[in-house]
Design a protein around this ligand. Structure first.
Ligand code: ZN
Ligand code: ZN
Length: 339
C-alpha cells in the first residue's frame, strides 16, 4: 500500500514538473557571482522566491558586430526593411536600394555614412526620444546613416521568479510593465532580450540600426541587447532553453527538440507540451522572442542590488533601447515602432 502511494506520487510529479534548472544553464563567464535566491515582490504585488542573477552584460560566447559596413565593399549586419519586410544583409546592394528611394547612405568614393562616435550616437537617441521632425534632425542631428556604437559592459542584476506561475490571462507586450533595464528577459549568456525593434521610428530619420549576425546591437543606454535570439540567427534546431522571460518561464530555440516547428503557439509565442511545462519559442517572425507574458514579472536593476520589488521599477531611470516601451507596440505581424 505504502509502495503504491509512493509510485503515484512519483508519477504525478513527473506529469507536472518542468525540469528546467535555471542556475545550471547560465554561462558562468557572464555571472559576476553565483546565482542566489532571495525573497522579492513580483509585478502583481505577490511575494515570491526569485533568482538573483548578477551579470556582465556583454556576451562571452560570441563576437559582437559588424553593424555598419565601413565602405560599399564591406558587409554589415542585418536589417528588416520597413517597405518589403525582407531581412537584408546591410551591404552595397541594400544601401543602393535605400538610395533609390531618395536616401543618401554613402559617398561617391564608397564611404558609408554611419555614426562615428558616442556623441553622434547620443544625438540619435535625443532626436528619436524627443520626437524631432526629419527636418530638425537633418539640421542638427543624424540622418541618412547606419547607426552603430560599440557597447559598454554593465553590471545588471535581474530577478526572475524561481517558480513561475501563470496569471489568469496572458499580458501582451504593449500592456506589460517591464523596464528598459530589464527588457523582456535574459539569454543564458547574460545578454538581455528586448522588444521588437522600432524600425519605423528609426527610418523616419532615414537611418537604419542593423543587428549583428547574432541578433544584437547597442541601445541608447549603451548596452548590448538582442532583438532576435542567436539560436534563430544560427538556425539552431536543438530546441534547447536559450534564456528566460521576465516572468521566469523558459525561452526555447526556434524548434522543438526533434527539430520540428513548434505547434499551437498562443498569442505570446508560448505553449505547454510533452511535460516540458509552459515555455516560449523564439522565431524570425513577430514577436521574435516573446509577445507578452504568461505570469507576473520579476525585474532588473543596474549594479548589484538585493531589492527585488517589481511593482516599483516601471521607469527604472534607463534611457532604454531605441525601442524602449514603444518597441512593444507592434501588432501581430507588424513590428511598428511607437514613441
Ligand atoms: Zn535595439
Ligand atoms: Zn515547445
Amino acid at each position: 500500500m505504502r509502495l503504491f502511494s509512493l509510485v503515484c506520487a512519483a508519477l504525478s510529479l513527473a506529469a507536472t514538473a518542468a525540469p528546467v534548472d535555471l542556475p545550471s544553464l547560465f554561462d558562468k563567464r557572464a555571472l559576476v557571482k553565483p546565482i542566489t535566491e532571495i525573497e522579492g515582490i513580483l509585478s502583481d504585488g505577490s511575494k515570491a522566491t526569485v533568482y538573483k542573477i548578477v551579470v556582465r552584460s556583454l556576451p562571452h560566447d560570441h563576437a559582437m558586430g559588424p553593424w555598419a559596413p565601413a565602405t560599399l565593399q564591406d558587409k554589415g549586419g542585418y536589417w528588416e526593411d520597413t517597405v518589403d519586410k525582407k531581412f537584408y544583409r546591410v551591404d552595397a546592394d541594400y544601401l543602393k536600394i535605400l538610395n533609390q528611394r531618395g536616401w543618401n547612405m554613402f559617398d561617391a568614393d564608397g564611404t558609408v555614412h554611419r555614426t562615428k562616435d558616442r556623441t553622434e550616437f547620443d544625438k540619435v537617441a535625443r532626436q528619436e526620444l524627443a520626437g524631432w521632425t526629419y527636418e530638425q534632425a537633418a539640421k542638427d542631428g543624424v540622418t541618412n546613416s547606419v547607426i552603430e556604437l560599440q557597447p559598454i559592459e554593465q553590471i545588471v542584476t535581474i530577478f526572475l521568479p524561481k517558480n513561475p506561475k501563470a496569471s489568469e490571462a496572458v499580458t501582451p507586450l504593449r500592456q506589460a510593465k517591464f523596464s528598459p533595464r530589464s527588457g523582456l528577459g535574459i539569454s543564458t549568456n547574460g545578454v538581455r532580450f528586448f522588444p521588437p525593434e522600432p524600425v519605423h521610428r528609426i527610418t523616419a530619420f532615414k537611418n537604419i540600426a542593423p543587428l549583428d549576425p547574432k541578433g544584437g546591437h547597442t541601445g541608447f543606454g549603451h548596452e548590448y541587447h538582442y532583438h532576435r535570439a542567436p539560436s534563430v540567427m544560427d538556425n539552431d534546431k536543438s530546441g534547447k532553453v536559450v534564456g528566460f522571460a521576465l516572468d521566469g518561464f523558459p525561452v526555447r530555440g526556434p524548434t522543438e527538440a526533434d527539430g520540428s516547428a513548434p505547434q499551437k503557439l498562443d498569442s505570446i509565442s508560448g505553449h505547454d507540451h510533452d511535460g516540458l511545462g509552459y515555455h516560449y519559442h523564439v522565431s524570425h517572425e513577430w514577436p521574435y522572442i516573446v509577445g507578452g507574458f504568461k505570469g507576473p514579472l520579476g525585474t532588473a536593476v543596474l549594479g548589484d542590488a538585493d531589492i527585488c520589488d517589481a511593482t516599483k521599477t516601471g521607469g527604472n531611470g534607463g534611457k532604454g533601447d531605441k525601442g524602449g516601451k514603444g518597441g512593444a507596440k507592434g501588432g501581430k505581424g507588424t513590428p511598428k515602432g511607437g514613441k
